[in-house]
Design a protein around this ligand. Structure first.
Ligand code: ZN
Length: 144
């Protein structure tokens, strides 16, 4: 498989036209992330109301995979409850670790090809690490 196989149309489209790129006026949680092995950096912000993620945005720079993954993440978590976002996070992590495609992930299945390239998995997971950290801040395990 060549690297070109990674750059499926969905990934390139999100990279060229990232969704929810910018800053939220009043984020509930903000996380800064870096992937030194590739040079990707992302700021992820979530706005919650009650137990629901009502808005999400990101800023940053990096390779197409890191940016497309962050763009898809913001699409995917908006409107979800924190529990639903936690389940989504686990499903994406499993897919990127090679568990195969879960069709319920929609656009995110475009990232499945990345699971064959361990170095790029870090790029794809960067934004999701941010979601993981954000959800822990919102929902500390000790409070359960
Ligand atoms: Zn990268």
């Amino acid at each position: 498989m060549s690297l070109d196989d990674l750059f499926r149309e969905v990934i390139l489209d999100h990279y060229k036209n990232p969704h929810h790129f910018g800053e939220l006026p009043d984020p509930t949680v903000s996380i800064h992330l870096k992937n030194p092995s590739c040079g990707d950096s992302i700021d992820l912000q979530l706005k919650t109301e009650g137990d629901r993620v009502v808005d999400a945005a990101f800023r940053g720079q990096g390779c197409s995979i890191s940016m497309a993954s962050a763009s898809m993440l913001t699409d995917a978590v908006r409107g979800k409850t924190i529990e639903e976002a936690e389940r989504l996070l686990v499903a994406v992590q499993e897919m990127l670790r090679g568990a195969g495609v879960d069709p319920r992930l929609g656009d995110l299945t475009a990232l499945e090809g990345v699971s064959h390239f361990p170095v790029r998995v870090k790029c794809a997971l960067l934004a999701w690490e941010g979601l993981d950290k954000s959800l822990r801040k919102l929902h500390p395990p000790a409070g359960k």
